[in-house]
Ligand binder design. Structure first.
Ligand code: X2X
Length: 342
């Protein structure tokens, strides 16, 4: 967070009152410098609902704080890869970062529990868990073990589908030996090893070129990501596996956030949570609407029998392995919403 001190504000005013416009700052108009400048970074394009809602949220925060808080939105990995942005928010170089549970698992193991394969059958289960005891458990683990915290309302990414340039995935055996890009995530890697695929962790910013140059055959993401990042330009098949529900925890640096006066903390937190709930509606609607559009762009779609894939993971010991890794308390909270998984 960048805080305008009283001294440099007076200096700015005196310069400006001499008729100079300082750095685009024109005092005496509505554009006085904000007292607190906050940086929010993410890895998705400006056109994704995440950034559409983030820009709207930034405007609301500026208006409600009467210009005291400016939230700057850095989309599309402008500030680096997920790994870079995670380091930056941990150090306080940026104030907020939206990170998927799968990638959060590299820092807080329990953070990835909502990414267990074929766990949530529908969005009723997803939001009951994420807004309920499972989400509360994850947020508690984050706050207890890092310099970060997560806002209450998790944002949405969607159900993940598999795209490839070589073959459709109709049954679990089709994954055998497939070079598949996954996010830098122990859980995602383990999931596709359970299908005997060859998962490769690649930061999101490098996925398009990895697909284009055939370093990997395929990747897996919700349709809204596949569409806004234009993966359909370098992929041929899209198999509707719905293998993982993926979200985005809106993470904040504790020390940075606590520098805000309490009234501004309330404005920022409330607007972030409200934007997250609106973004959920947008993402689900977009994901539900894109099949026809992407077929028109050349992607060949197929449905799959989820139970065949879930049974393959069971026989591979995936659920047993991750029950042990997460422990009985967290796993019990997961199954409270999903029902028995193994
Ligand atoms: O990296 C991905 O695939 C993405 C965009 O879905 C996440 O941020 C996990």
């Amino acid at each position: 967070m960048h805080t305008i001190t009283r001294r440099n504000f007076i200096k700015t005013v005196s310069l400006a009152s001499a008729g100079a416009a300082v750095g685009g700052l024109s005092i005496g108009s509505a554009h006085a410098a904000a007292e607190f400048v906050l940086k929010y970074a993410n890895n998705l394009p400006m056109t994704h609902p995440m950034n559409v809602r983030a820009k709207e949220m930034a405007a609301r925060i500026a208006a409600e704080s009467k210009g005291r808080v400016e939230l700057q939105v850095y989309s599309n990995g402008q500030l680096g890869t997920d790994t870079d942005m995670l380091s930056q928010v941990r150090a306080g170089a940026i104030d907020f970062f939206t990170i998927s549970p799968e990638v959060l698992g590299t820092l807080v193991s329990a953070g990835q529990i909502s990414g267990v394969g074929f766990a949530f059958r529908d969005y009723n289960q997803v939001w009951a868990a994420m807004d309920g005891e499972l989400g509360a458990h994850v947020r508690k683990q984050i706050a207890a073990s890092t310099s970060l915290f997560a806002f209450e309302r998790c944002w949405d990414n969607g159900y993940r589908q598999v795209t490839t340039s070589t073959r459709a995935i109709a049954k679990p055996e089709d994954f055998k030996g497939m070079k598949l890009r996954v996010p830098p995530s122990p859980l995602a890697t383990s999931l596709f090893r359970g299908f005997d695929a060859a998962p490769t962790s690649i930061n999101f910013a490098e996925v398009y070129s990895a697909l284009q140059t055939k370093i990997v055959e395929g990747q897996e993401n919700p349709l809204a990501v596949i569409s806004t990042v234009k993966f359909y330009e370098v992929q041929k098949y899209c198999s509707m596996t719905n293998h993982v529900w993926s979200g985005f925890w809106f993470m904040g640096n504790k020390k940075s956030f606590e520098r805000l006066p309490k009234d501004l903390q309330e404005i920022v937190a409330r607007n972030i949570n409200e934007a997250g709930v609106k973004q959920r509606v947008d993402v689900k609607a977009l994901n539900d609407s894109l099949v026809a559009e992407m077929k028109a762009k050349g992607l060949q779609f197929n449905e799959v029998d989820n139970d065949a894939f879930r049974n393959k993971l069971r026989s591979a010991g995936f659920y047993t392995e991750w029950h042990k890794k997460f422990g009985d308390e967290a796993w019990g909270l997961l199954e409270k919403y999903t029902g028995k998984l193994a």
